[in-house]
Write a protein that binds this ligand. Sequence first.
Ligand SMILES: [Mg+2]
Length: 322
Amino acid sequence: VKISKLGEFGLIERLARIVQPSDADDVIVGIGDDAAVWHSGDRFVIATTDTMADGVHFLSKNADWHAIGWKAFATNASDIAAMGGRPEYALVTLCLPPDTDVANLDALYEGLRECADACAARVVGGDIVRSPVMTITVAVFGRAGEQHGEPLLLRRNSARVGNRIAVTGTLGDSAGGLRKLQEADESHPLVTRHLRPEPRIAHGTAAAGAGVRCGIDVSDGLLQDVGHVCEASGVGALVRADDIPLSNDLRAAFPDDVLELACTGGEDYELILVGDVELLARLDPPVTIIGEIVGDPERRVRLLDAAGNEINYERQGWDAFR
Ligand SMILES: [Mg+2]
């Protein structure tokens, strides 16, 4: 069986069976969430890793190396934020063709360090190997807040019927920025949202500290990422199209596709937070409520227009092999 047939999520499930079950009770969150969590001494460590590959996530021929470095760190920090934690330390692995220009790597590392600085984290090590294709892998380790010896975490499996669904920031800007890049409109304000996403660490730690227990970041696309929560929690979701926060830049640039970009575009690295309406309404920084969790044995995510009619998109979001 080829992995294109299995898809990214089928492959994760299959490989997880080989290394699970972990019966070590110091592992609090294993495979299947935004990041892993384990207990070490008096701390709860959160760990995640992400890879960017030439030809898939960037094109080395005309790359903005500083931006690639920023994004390589930001995607990891976003997964830590999606667990409710703070990033602290990072390891960086570079696979490089021998003809790589060293000036590009200087710029890459400056971008990495800038994002790490913005997150109050540090790069402390890594590895460099020769390879026919350039890849950048960042692993970030962080920590969760705690209360009475228990970690304060945002899990995918903690959505309950009656909870509201909220998001930080605005959605679709990254996908809009990518389109502008493809149209060679590099100075458009949406491009920054695509190249330099800002991990929502303050939102994640505030939510976890306030008692919210469910969250995920928007990496694949809003509908698909809400779907991951529904899958893990055994629930369904209703998302109201009119309530999804959209930027004026996106509305102006893509008036016809703005909703589809926001729902399926991905790479926004905003947070989806799920919890009691009173908790979500009180959060600081504030969030926007866009829907609710409902009972549904089929665990569907349904997008509704103002009249309550369902909107369907062919493509729900990103899968690495499909
Ligand atoms: Mg994630």
